[in-house]
Design a protein around this ligand. Structure first.
Ligand code: SF4
Length: 511
C-alpha cells in the first residue's frame, strides 16, 4: 500500500499535514469575552467567594431566606474561577442545558445583563433553579474546578443574575407575542412546568388559561417550598409577568370536578402539569389523631399567609414542645426546619436508613443540624400513641440494613426488641408524594399504576391535543426536571397547534 503513493501517475498528494502547525492551532489560546487569554492555572488559584448567610441563631427566629446571595463584585470574582472548559460538563449535567460557561464569561467582565440573558434563554426561572437545584448532584457535581477545590458556585451565581435582572426590569420579562393566533391553550396546574408552558405558549401568540386548584400560582414553588429557601415574592412576580402578558389564571378551580373534560375540549390544546402533591401515608395505628399532619398541610400552614390558603388551612399549626417528623428527603428537612421556626423545643427526624442512603441535599441536613434538629437514623415509627384524641408519643423501632432493594439502597429491617417511645406533640409524615388522579376524570388518558401520565418523548399523552410534563409524569422530583418536562412538550404543542390551524384553514377554503 505504501508503494502506491510513490507512483508518479498519481495526482500530486496533498501537502502532508504540518503536525506542528496543527498542534499550534489546537493550542491557540482560548480568549475571555474581554479578549484576554484564559490562564487556567491562574484561575484555579483564585479562592472561592462564599455567599454570606444568616447565622443559625438568627435564622431560627425568622422565615427569611437563609442565604443573603451574591452582590456584583464577589459574583464577578467567583465567575472568574470558571476555567471555561470547552466540553462544558456542567451544561451537559444541567437538565435544561443552561449555557453556564457562556453566562459566566459575561459575568466575569461585568456584563450582567448579557449573563442573565444567557440563563433566560433556556430557563423561565433561573433565580428559582439557582436556589433550589441540588447543584452538587447536577452542574456543580461535575465542575472540573471542583476536582481539587470547591466547585464554582453556579447555582448561587445563577440566582444572583436572575435577581439582579428582575430588579433592574422591575420583575420578570413579560412575553410580547408578535402575532395573535386566536388559538386557545389550557394549562392544568400553575407549578413550574405549567408556568413554563403558559409563558412559551403566550409568547407564541396563543390565548392561555391556567387552571389551578390552590388560591394562587406557584404550585410547589409556593405551596411546597418554605420561605427560608425561596422568598415568595419571586413566585408572585412570575405570576404577575404572565398576567401582564395576558395569561388568564382561574384559581380555586379543579380540573376533573369544577371543570370537566367536556368543557376542557373547547381549548385547542391542553398541558397537564398538576404535579404530585398527594402526601403518602404510613398506614399506622393512630395516624388520624389530632396533631398528626401531612407534610403539605404542615408546610403550607406554617409558611403561607391566609390569603394564599383555602379557609380550612388558615391557621398556624400549634406544634407544642416536641415535634417528630418521619422522612428522608428534602421535604422532611423543610418540615423539621419549619417546626423549629414555629417554636418547638425538641425536633426529631426519624429515618429508617442511614445518612448515606438519604436522597435529599447534604446542605439541607447541615442547615437542619445547625438549627438544632436531632436525627434518629435507622429508626422507624410503628405506632402513634394518643391521649384524649391527640398524639402524645411515637413508638419506634430500630432498624438494621440488609441486602440492596430495587432502588439499590440497602433494605432496612426491624431489630427485634428494640422498640422505644419518643414524646410527641406533633407528628409530620413526609415520606413522599403521589400523583392525584381526580384530574383525569373521563378523559381516557393513559396513566401507569402510580397515576402518572404516560407520554412519549415529546410529552404527548394518549389523547390527541393533550400533553403533559413534570411531576405528574415522572413522580415527585425537582423544579428543574419539571421545567425539562415542559421544554420537551413545548415544541410538540406548537407543532400540533400549527397543524390544527392549517387543517382548519384548509377545511374553510374547501368550503
Ligand atoms: Fe445548575 Fe440547576 Fe442552574 Fe442547571 S438549572 S445550571 S442544574 S443550578
Amino acid at each position: 500500500m505504501l508503494n502506491e503513493t510513490t507512483d508518479s501517475s498519481f495526482d500530486e498528494p496533498e501537502e502532508p499535514p504540518d503536525r506542528r502547525a496543527n498542534t499550534k492551532r489546537q493550542k491557540q489560546p482560548q480568549l475571555t469575552r474581554a479578549g484576554q487569554p484564559i490562564d487556567r492555572r491562574q484561575r484555579l488559584r483564585i479562592p472561592p467567594h462564599h455567599v454570606t448567610k444568616q447565622t443559625p441563631h438568627d435564622r431560627i427566629h425568622n422565615w427569611q431566606e437563609v442565604y443573603y446571595g451574591y452582590t456584583a463584585g464577589p459574583a464577578m470574582f467567583e465567575a472568574q474561577r470558571c476555567i471555561q472548559c470547552p466540553a462544558a460538563p456542567c451544561t451537559r449535567a444541567c437538565p435544561i442545558d443552561n449555557d453556564i460557561p457562556g453566562a459566566l464569561a459575561f459575568l466575569e467582565i461585568g456584563k450582567l445583563a448579557d449573563a442573565a440573558a444567557v440563563f433566560r434563554q433556556t430557563s423561565e426561572m433561573p433565580e428559582l433553579c439557582g436556589r433550589l437545584c441540588p447543584q452538587e448532584a447536577l452542574c456543580e457535581g461535575v465542575c472540573v474546578v471542583g476536582k481539587n477545590a470547591k466547585p464554582v458556585a453556579i447555582g448561587k451565581l445563577e440566582a444572583f443574575l436572575g435577581d439582579w435582572d428582575r430588579e433592574r426590569r422591575g420583575g420578570f420579562p413579560v412575553p410580547h407575542p408578535e402575532i395573535e393566533t386566536g388559538q386557545r391553550v389550557a394549562v392544568v396546574g400553575a407549578g413550574p412546568a405549567g408556568l413554563a408552558v403558559a409563558e412559551q405558549m403566550r409568547a407564541a401568540g396563543h390565548d392561555v388559561t391556567v387552571f389551578e386548584a390552590w388560591p394562587a400560582a406557584g404550585g410547589v414553588l409556593r405551596y411546597g417550598i418554605p420561605n427560608f429557601k425561596t422568598a415568595k415574592d419571586i413566585v408572585d412576580e412570575k405570576a404577575e409577568a404572565l398576567m401582564a402578558a395576558g395569561v388568564e389564571f382561574r384559581f380555586d378551580t379543579r380540573v376533573g370536578s369544577d371543570v370537566g373534560w367536556d368543557e376542557l375540549s373547547r381549548w385547542d390544546a391542553v398541558f397537564l402539569a398538576h404535579g404530585a402533591s398527594m402526601g403518602k401515608q404510613l398506614g399506622l395505628e393512630g395516624e388520624r389523631l389530632a396533631g398528626v399532619y401531612s407534610a403539605t398541610e404542615f408546610l403550607v400552614r406554617a409558611n403561607l399567609d391566609d390569603a394564599f390558603l383555602p379557609t380550612a388551612l388558615r391557621s398556624r399549626p400549634h406544634v407544642g414542645r416536641n415535634v417528630v417528623v418521619v422522612g428522608g428527603g428534602d421535604t422532611s428537612m423543610d418540615c423539621v426546619r419549619s417546626a423549629i421556626r414555629l417554636g418547638a423545643n425538641n425536633v426529631t427526624l426519624l429515618y429508617r436508613r442511614t445518612e448515606n442512603e438519604m436522597i435529599g441535599r447534604e446542605e439541607e441536613r447541615r442547615h437542619a443540624r445547625e438549627e438544632g434538629v436531632t436525627f434518629e437514623y435507622l429508626t422507624t415509627p410503628v405506632r402513634l400513641i394518643g391521649k384524649d384524641g391527640a398524639v402524645v408519643g411515637i413508638e419506634c423501632v430500630r432498624m438494621s440494613l440488609g441486602e440492596p432493594d430495587d432502588s439499590g439502597r440497602r433494605r432496612p429491617q426491624p431489630v427485634p426488641g428494640s422498640e422505644f417511645v419518643i414524646d410527641c406533640d406533633s407528628f409530620v409524615v413526609a415520606v413522599g408524594y403521589d400523583v392525584g388522579r381526580d384530574v383525569y376524570g373521563d378523559s381516557g388518558i393513559d396513566v401507569n399504576d402510580w397515576g402518572e401520565v404516560i407520554v412519549d418523548e415529546q410529552g404527548r399523552t394518549s389523547r390527541p391535543g393533550v400533553f403533559a410534563g413534570g411531576d405528574n409524569v415522572i413522580g415527585a422530583d425537582l423544579v428543574v426536571t419539571a421545567l425539562r418536562g415542559a421544554h420537551q412538550a413545548i415544541p410538540a404543542m406548537l407543532n400540533y397547534l400549527e397543524e390544527l390551524q392549517a387543517e382548519r384553514a384548509f377545511a374553510m377554503a374547501a368550503g
